[in-house]
Design a protein around this ligand. Structure first.
Ligand code: SF4
Ligand code: SF4
Length: 300
């Protein structure tokens, strides 16, 4: 009974905090060989941290001894693509950095579960947790052919956070895949990065504009258009996106200063301006050098 009460309180408070969904997965759920095979193929490109923390990704016990459940939470970002005149930015990164926005909310949920005797550890895409896998296990949605979580009503435009807990909360049922015969995301990708439900980062514009340390290959650059940071093309192609427009945290929206910032300001940006403009922005992930270089490529 006490765990039912804990789960009820968790769902109620998570919605009050602005999360769009909350589900509970078994921390011991078997993840299969997909991630290992993906890494073995080299499709993670230069993201060595994916490989170095593989065991923790596959076994949450290494992150929180005694863990029983993974509480998965989704947080919406805008369906609208706020357009800058030149230099597109992926929707999830148009507003404030979600890692920072979600951390205090996870701390609140941690406190809540402590009352029930739980020990928790929270991550908002900030640690080696297979968040998409556990989100599917927790019934939030399924993994689409672009590798992202798709929800029946809300589509894929969300970020994920999780709370590992030692409490044996009641489990939610995993969500079956509903992609059916659709292959729109794969067909829409300009670099053919998607196959068999997996994304090959060596071809993906998101990787090349955000994570890569090396120079973008010429053939990828040729189809990158004015993508300054990230790429939403495969999500835009998904028929599950667009039906419902949820209430959004205004901090996830693009501020006027960024919307009106000329591309030339990126290509010549100083360290001081980078700090001033992007202290609380997900754009920091790319780093100033990459943003400057990418802006110059777009200008050429
Ligand atoms: S983010 Fe862009 S480049 Fe990457 S898989 Fe999706 S459509 Fe292709
Ligand atoms: S575009 Fe089609 S295949 Fe891709 S995630 Fe959406 S429903 Fe699935």
């Amino acid at each position: 009974m006490e765990m039912l009460a804990a789960a009820d309180a968790l769902r109620r408070v998570s919605l009050e905090l602005g999360f769009s969904a909350c589900g509970v997965a078994d921390a011991a759920a078997a993840q299969g060989d997909t991630l290992r095979d993906w890494l073995a193929s080299g499709a993670h490109a230069g993201m060595g941290w994916m490989e170095s923390h593989l065991e923790a990704r596959l076994n949450p016990e290494l992150l929180l001894p005694g863990v029983k459940r993974v509480v998965m939470l989704s947080y919406e970002y805008s369906r609208e693509d706020a357009r800058r005149e030149q230099g597109r930015i992926a929707r999830y990164a148009q507003g404030q950095d979600y890692h920072r926005l979600l951390a205090p909310k996870l701390a609140d949920l941690d406190e809540l579960l402590q009352v029930f005797g739980g020990v928790q550890r929270g991550f908002a895409d900030s640690g080696p947790v297979s968040e998409r896998f556990f989100a599917q296990q927790a019934g939030l949605g399924w993994l689409g052919r672009h590798g992202l979580l798709v929800r029946p009503k809300l589509g894929s435009y969300c970020v994920l956070a999780c709370l590992l807990t030692t409490l044996e909360l009641p489990l939610d049922a995993p969500m079956p895949n509903r992609c059916g015969s659709c292959h729109s995301c794969e067909q829409s990708c300009p670099t053919a990065a998607l196959a068999d439900g997996l994304c090959d980062a060596r071809r993906c514009l998101s990787y090349w504009t955000i994570e890569a340390k090396e120079a973008m290959p010429a053939d990828v650059q040729a189809v990158a258009g004015d993508r300054l940071f990230g790429c939403d093309i495969c999500q835009e192609a998904c028929p599950w996106n667009g039906a419902v427009a949820p209430t959004l945290d205004a901090r996830m929206l693009m501020p006027d200063t960024l919307a009106s910032m000329p591309l030339a300001e990126f290509s010549s940006m100083s360290e001081a301006d980078f700090e001033r403009y992007f202290a609380g922005s997900a754009l920091r992930r790319a780093g100033l050098d990459r943003l400057r270089e990418r802006a110059r490529q777009i200008e050429e």
